[in-house]
Design a protein around this ligand. Structure first.
Ligand code: CA
Length: 245
């Protein structure tokens, strides 16, 4: 009961603030743990989504702009570490593992799995919330410091991106692609990753469509600043946004 009241109060928050809140996906099969985490995070101003098993995660990531995943290792349908590897094929968002076994920690933090952090059960929700903030600060800082403040401005509500103060006229997929690149300057995205993240039905498109759209985006930005090419091509790999704009 108290959880419900708390959540409905949060929905009265200033709408502008709402768009700034980080969306956290909690994947955990024990309802008591999920509720505890959800309550703590929403109290701290995060927006939460919850899943009690792992397999629906990939399709949810296509629909929702999730900023961070809290992932239990012991899930009923798929091992959290296996799921993490699947997610990493197409998404680079930060992942914090929940584990009940200290002997799993070595694998989790190792390069093999590529977690951003982990928490061993039982844990304090406050500690988890602090970890989330630290990971988000580490992974999102460049967006505010470099891209958004200087070269790029994104107006999500209008699906509008401005480049050095001038709005760029972008098609739907051009907008999606550029937004992804701006989100993590310097991060190299493969064509497959960009396709998965920017297209609604990636299966129906061909790989080179990404190249064609990047070419269009470049041409449009060149009309605004002819002396700069903000997108770096990594031959045979993919694309990244320049970090030093
Ligand atoms: Ca579990």
């Amino acid at each position: 009961m108290s959880l419900r009241v708390r959540r409905s109060n949060l929905s009265f928050c200033n709408l502008e603030m709402e768009t700034m809140k980080a969306k956290i996906l909690i994947v955990e099969d024990e309802p008591a743990i999920t509720e505890t985490i959800q309550y703590a995070l929403e109290t701290d101003g995060f927006v939460t989504h919850c899943l009690s098993c792992g397999k629906p995660v990939i399709s949810l990531l296509k629909k929702e702009a999730i900023d961070l995943i809290i992932l239990d290792i012991g899930l009923p349908d798929i091992n959290g570490m296996e799921l993490c590897k699947e997610i990493r094929k197409t998404h680079s968002l930060p992942i914090i593992f929940l584990t009940a076994r200290a002997d799993e920690v070595d694998r989790v933090v190792g390069l093999e799995i590529g977690a951003d952090d982990y928490v061993v059960k039982p844990f304090s929700p406050r500690e988890l919330s602090a970890r989330i903030r630290a990971v988000l600060r580490r992974t999102q800082q460049p967006v505010v410091a470099q891209s958004l403040n200087q070269a790029f401005q994104i107006d999500e509500s209008r699906r509008q991106i401005s480049y050095f103060g001038t709005p760029v006229e972008l098609s739907r997929y051009e907008y999606n692609l550029l937004k992804i690149l701006i989100h993590r300057p310097g991060h190299v995205y493969s064509r497959d990753q960009l396709m998965e993240m920017a297209w609604d039905e990636p299966e129906a498109s061909m790989d080179r469509t990404v190249d064609a759209h990047i070419k269009n985006i470049r041409a449009k930005m060149k009309t605004i600043k002819p002396e700069i090419d903000p997108i770096i091509t990594y031959r045979g790999v993919g694309y990244a946004l320049k970090e030093d704009l």
